[in-house]
Design a protein around this ligand. Sequence first.
Ligand code: NAD
Ligand code: SER
Length: 313
Amino acid sequence: MGAGEERRILVTGAMGQIGLELIDALIAKFGSDNIIATDIREPENDYDFNFEKLDVLNKQNFEQIIVQNKINQVYHLAAILSATGEKNPELCWKINMDGLLNVLELSRKYKFRIFAPSSIAVFGPDVGKIALQSSPQNPTTMYGVTKSAGEQIAEYYHSVHGVDIRGLRYPGLISWKVLPGGGTTDYAVEIFHKATASQNYTCFVSEETRLPMMYMDDAIKATMQIMDVPSEKLSIRGGYNLPSLNFSALELYEKIKQKLPNFNCQFVPDHRQEYADSWPDQTDGSIAESEWGFQLDYDLDSLCSIMIASLQK
Ligand code: NAD
Ligand code: SER
C-alpha cells in the first residue's frame, strides 16, 4: 500500500485473546468504518464493529471479503495454540499452515500487507534459557512446528514473490478482557481471574517454571508499530524476537499475593509442563529494539497492578 493511502483492514481470528483487543486499538486509530473483524465463531456479546464470519480455510470466501471491502492490510490471527494443538496436531497443522498459505496467496494476488504472528514456541529444548533471534528452531510441539514453518514460508513469499508480510514472536500474553484460547502460557492469565474472584488457583506448571511474558498493551503496541515501519527497514519477515518479562510462576504468585494477601495458589503440573519446559525462559529482543525502536512499557509490578484493578472493576 502506498504512503497516505487509507487503511482498509481485515482481522482474522478476531474473537480471540489478541483479536478483540487489537480491534479496539485499530478502531481507535483508523475508525470503525475501515476495520472488519472476522472469525469462524460469532461474537459472544453485543458488539459495535463490522463483523463477517470467515473460516480462513475457505479461500473463496476469504477472497470475496478482501475484494468487496478493498482490503489493503490483513492481521492474520486465526490459529490453534499449543495445548489445543497437541490434542489435535492435524487440525493445528491445517489451520495454522493452510490458513497462512491462503493469506499469502491472496496477498500475492491483491498486494495487501500482512501481519502474521509467530511465537516463542518456535524454540525447542536445545536453546537453553535465553533465546536469541538466531537461536536454532527445533520445536517439540506441533504448534511450534507450524510457527517455525510459518516463519520460513513468510520469508519465502517475501523474498520470492515480494509479499509485504511482517511478524513478531509473541511471548505469553497477559490480558484481562478475553480469556486465552488453549495455550501453555494461559496459567499467567487464569491466576489473575481466580485471585480477583477471591478463589484459590491450582497452577498447571511448577513453581520454578519461567517463560517469556508480556502485558497485552505492549503486544498491541508492537503489532501496530511493526505495521507502520517502512518496508525497506525490516530485515526479518518471519518473526522478530521481542524483549519480554522474565518471572517464575512462583514469583508471579508472590507478586499477586503482595497485593491480595488472602489469595492462595498451589502448583500441580500437568501435561502442559512439558511444553513449557521445551521453551526458553527469556527472549533477547535487541534487533526489534534497534531496528524499529520497540520498548516495553510494563514490568511485572505494573502488569499485576493493572490486571488486578481491571478485573476488580
Ligand atoms: P485465540 O485462540 O485466543 O484466538 C484465535 C482465534 O482464531 C479464535 O477466536 C478462533 O475462533 C479463531 N479461529 C480458529 N480457527 C479458525 C478458522 N479456521 N478460521 C477463522 N478463525 C479461526 O488466540 P490468540 O491468543 O488471540 O492468538 C492469535 C495469534 O497470536 C495466533 O497466531 C497465536 O499463535 C499467536 N500468539 C499468541 C500468543 C498468546 O499468548 N496469546 C503468544 C504467541 C503467539
Ligand atoms: N501463548 C502461546 C501458547 O502458550 C504461545 O505462543 O500456546
